[in-house]
Design a protein around this ligand. Structure first.
Ligand SMILES: *Cc1c(COP(=O)(O)O)cnc(C)c1O
Length: 231
């Protein structure tokens, strides 16, 4: 299957899940997780109508930016961001989805202030409370949202999560529902309902995520095929 055929198949499943919640596929943003896929593959996805592309690694993103891989679509940074690489991402990525600590928030604020711009971000929630994963815990996320709101060069556009690897089909439904609740609550209490994005759902579980209120999914394998980690 080509990238275009894969995107069409994903779009169809997005639409079906969205209709179960009174929306359509057009209400959901499809971000292609393009790590380990080259600039040509990114451009193929853009030609096939992907809404945005998401990168995980700063070095790979920088190299592909130089090849105009993302031209024509927004670029999202979705991977773990080290504080010493923040300056390479701020002002380059249209949306930094993976902001999961107060230190990283402050570093982004500093870099965006230096460039005199306002950086759009999502706050990442470690919804499964996994020790090895970054992100604010559900207990911390309200305070983090309050803190971020006070930063002049950062704009929180929503929340993002990567739930634990599910042991069984539909294993992440409870996490997705908890995220939906956090999103609605924080949006109403702290952001005057001006946040727009709840980013959750990947190749294996995006239909469930959409059923639970996601409006932004990050899909790699189902679009680009399995990644070859041996290369
Ligand atoms: C790779 C990646 C995805 C996509 O994962 P697939 O299972 O290949 O769809 C989504 N989100 C993040 C943060 C990723 O790193």
């Amino acid at each position: 299957m080509s990238i275009a055929e894969n995107i069409a198949a994903v779009r169809q499943q997005m639409d079906q899940a969205a209709r179960e919640t009174g929306r359509t596929g057009a209400d959901i943003i499809l971000v292609g997780a393009s790590k380990m896929n080259d600039a040509a593959a990114c451009q193929e996805a853009i030609a096939a109508g992907i809404d945005a592309l998401g990168e995980n690694r700063v070095q790979e993103m920088t190299a592909k930016l130089a090849e105009n891989a993302y031209e024509g679509r927004p670029l999202h940074f979705i991977g773990h961001l080290q504080r010493n690489k923040v300056r390479q991402v701020v002002g380059k990525a249209d949306l930094i989805q993976s902001v999961g600590s107060a230190e990283l928030l402050q570093e982004i604020e500093k870099a965006a202030g230096r460039l005199e711009l306002c950086q759009d971000i999502l706050l990442e929630v470690n919804i499964g409370g996994e020790a090895a994963k970054s992100g604010f815990s559900p207990d911390q996320i309200h305070a983090a949202a309050e803190m971020a709101r006070a930063l002049p060069h950062v704009q929180v556009r929503g929340l993002m999560t990567i739930p634990p690897v599910a042991a069984e089909p539909h294993g992440n439904l409870a996490y997705f529902e908890k995220m939906r609740w956090l999103y609605v609550d924080i949006n109403a209490k702290i952001y005057d309902n001006k946040m727009e994005y709840l980013s959750m759902g990947m190749s294996g579980d995006f239909a469930d995520a959409i059923r639970c209120g996601s409006n932004m999914i990050r899909v790699g394998t189902a679009i680009f095929g399995a990644r070859d980690y041996t290369k």
